[in-house]
Ligand binder design. Structure first.
Ligand code: CA
Ligand code: CA
Length: 170
């Protein structure tokens, strides 16, 4: 049985990847996400951080396409996302962490303006919002990442947390 709650969560994850909202996920969505993050934190595309973010976005797209683009048309439809990505990533969250890590690592470097390897809860929520993670989920997720309540989130916590979010446990 597929629950309505489960379907709602799948739809939210799909919307997070489908940054331009045109109904499928493709390379442009990953480029758009990188661009939006650079704009949010006023980092130029030409900088080392900007270049690393675009390289990570390309690797993330290639990894997702390898998992989910069954017909090889360079687009992941909602159906491909549900039947391919969600199931396979749920079965193998480590694989998701692996393909997402270079992008997330670069994204954190962009957002971690004082370069201490940690992000404030509000900056973490900012990153999540840029990626179209719904507001309530973004704030709850950012707060959950800071169990000792010091207002800082360590990078080592963020990659597994993203993996948990995107692999959508039932
Ligand atoms: Ca799209
Ligand atoms: Ca496809």
């Amino acid at each position: 049985m597929v629950s309505t709650e489960y379907e709602r969560r799948i739809a939210a994850r799909f919307a997070t990847f489908d940054q331009d909202g045109n109904g499928w996920i493709d390379r442009e969505d990953f480029i758009a996400a990188a661009k939006a993050l650079l704009t949010e934190f006023a980092v130029t595309a030409r900088s080392d951080k900007g270049q690393a973010l675009y390289a990570g976005a390309e690797a993330f797209w290639q990894g997702m396409a390898g998992i989910a683009d069954r017909d090889g048309d360079q687009r992941i439809t909602r159906e491909e996302f549900v039947t391919g990505a969600v199931k396979r990533l749920r079965d193998n969250p480590e694989r998701f962490a692996e393909i997402a890590r270079p992008f997330l690592h670069a994204a954190l470097a962009v957002a971690d303006t004082d370069a201490d390897g940690r992000l404030g809860v509000t900056d973490t929520a900012r990153v999540l919002r840029v990626f179209h993670v719904p507001e309530d989920i973004a704030l709850a997720a950012a707060t959950a990442l800071d169990p000792d309540g010091d207002g800082l989130v360590a990078e080592t916590e963020i990659v597994p947390a993203f993996a948990r979010y995107f692999t959508v446990p039932e």
